[in-house]
Design a protein around this ligand. Structure first.
Ligand code: NAP
Length: 256
C-alpha cells in the first residue's frame, strides 16, 4: 500500500526515463503512489525487471520497458506503451551520462558528444516525440531533470555541467512553444542526492565533508525528496508554473 495520502494523479499516464534506480525510481514511485500509471525504463533488462517487480509488489500500477534514451526505437516503445494505457500526460526526462570527471577543456570530443547526446539531445527528442500525445492530454507536463551543476558548475563536472545548463535553456524554449497547448514545461535542479551517481562523493568522508560545507541544510538529499517536488509540478497544483527551474539542493547557491 502507498504511504502517500495525496492522490493528485489518478487517471494520468507518465513516462519516466532512467527510472530503475536513484532519482528516477523515486520519481516513478511517487507519481504511481499519487495514482498515475507509470512506464518505467532503463538500459538493462535485469534492472527493469527488479524495479518493476518492486513497484508492483507495493500495489502500484507500473509497466517496465528497456529503453536507452539515445535509441529511437527504444523511445518509440515508451510512447506506444503509453498509448496502450490511454495516452500520455506526464514526461519526465531523467537520464544522464557523465563519462569523464575533470576540467571542461580536458574533456575529449567523444565524451563531450556522449554527454550531449544522452543529456541534451535525447531530452529534446523525447519532448518532440511526446508532444502529439501530450497535446491530446490537454494538461500535459514535461519535467527535465537538470542539476545544480547546471547553475554553478564545479570544476570537476565541466562538460556535464554545461549539458545541464543547456537543459535550463531547453526548458524555457519548449515551455514557450507548448504553452498554447496548455502543456507546462519545467526542470528540476537537484543538489547532492544520495544515489549511485553521487556515490564517489558520498562514500568518501573527506569528499562528503567538503561538499557539506557548501550545503546550508548540512546534509545530503534523498531521492524521495525529489519525487515529491516532481509530483507537485506534474499535478494540477502546478498548473500555473511553466518555464521554471526548481532548485532542490538544501540551500546551495543557485544563480546562473
Ligand atoms: P543513478 O542512481 O546512477 O541512476 C541512474 C539510472 O539511469 C539507472 O536506473 C540507470 O539504469 C539509468 N540509465 C543510465 N543511463 C541511461 C540511459 N542512457 N538511458 C536510459 N536509462 C539510463 O543516478 P541518479 O543520481 O538518480 O541521477 C538521475 C538524474 O539526476 C540524472 O539526470 C543526474 O544528472 C541527475 N542529478 C543527480 C544528482 C545526484 O546527486 N545524484 C544531482 C543532480 C542531478 P541502467 O543502468 O539499467 O540504464
Amino acid at each position: 500500500m502507498s504511504r502517500v495520502a495525496l492522490k493528485r494523479l489518478v487517471g494520468k499516464v507518465a513516462v519516466v526515463t532512467a527510472s530503475t534506480e536513484g532519482i528516477g525510481f523515486a520519481i516513478a514511485q511517487r507519481l504511481a503512489e499519487e495514482g498515475a500509471k507509470v512506464i518505467i525504463s532503463s538500459r538493462k533488462p535485469e534492472n527493469v525487471e527488479a524495479a518493476t517487480r518492486k513497484l508492483l509488489s507495493q500495489g502500484l500500477e507500473v509497466k517496465g520497458l528497456t529503453c536507452h534514451v539515445s535509441k529511437p526505437e527504444d523511445r518509440k516503445k515508451l510512447f506506444e506503451a503509453a498509448q496502450k494505457l490511454g495516452g500520455l500526460d506526464i514526461l519526465v526526462s531523467n537520464a544522464a551520462a557523465n563519462p569523464t570527471v575533470g576540467g571542461i577543456l580536458d574533456c575529449s570530443e567523444s565524451s563531450w558528444d556522449k554527454i550531449f547526446d544522452v543529456n541534451v539531445k535525447s531530452s529534446f527528442l523525447l519532448a518532440k516525440e511526446a508532444y502529439p500525445l501530450l497535446k491530446e492530454s490537454r494538461a500535459g507536463r514535461i519535467i527535465f531533470v537538470s542539476s545544480i551543476a547546471g547553475m554553478n558548475p564545479s570544476e570537476y563536472l565541466g562538460a556535464y555541467a554545461v549539458s545541464k545548463t543547456a537543459l535550463l535553456g531547453l526548458t524555457k524554449a519548449v515551455s514557450l512553444q507548448l504553452a498554447r497547448d496548455n502543456i507546462t514545461v519545467n526542470s528540476i535542479c537537484p543538489g547532492l542526492i544520495r544515489t549511485k551517481f553521487s556515490d564517489a562523493i558520498t562514500s568518501n568522508e573527506v569528499f562528503e565533508e567538503a561538499a557539506l560545507a557548501n550545503i546550508p541544510l548540512n546534509r545530503v538529499g534523498e531521492p524521495v525528496e525529489i519525487g515529491g517536488a516532481v509530483a507537485f509540478l506534474a499535478s494540477e497544483d502546478g498548473s500555473y508554473v511553466t518555464g521554471e527551474n526548481l532548485v532542490i539542493a538544501g540551500g546551495m547557491p543557485s544563480r546562473l
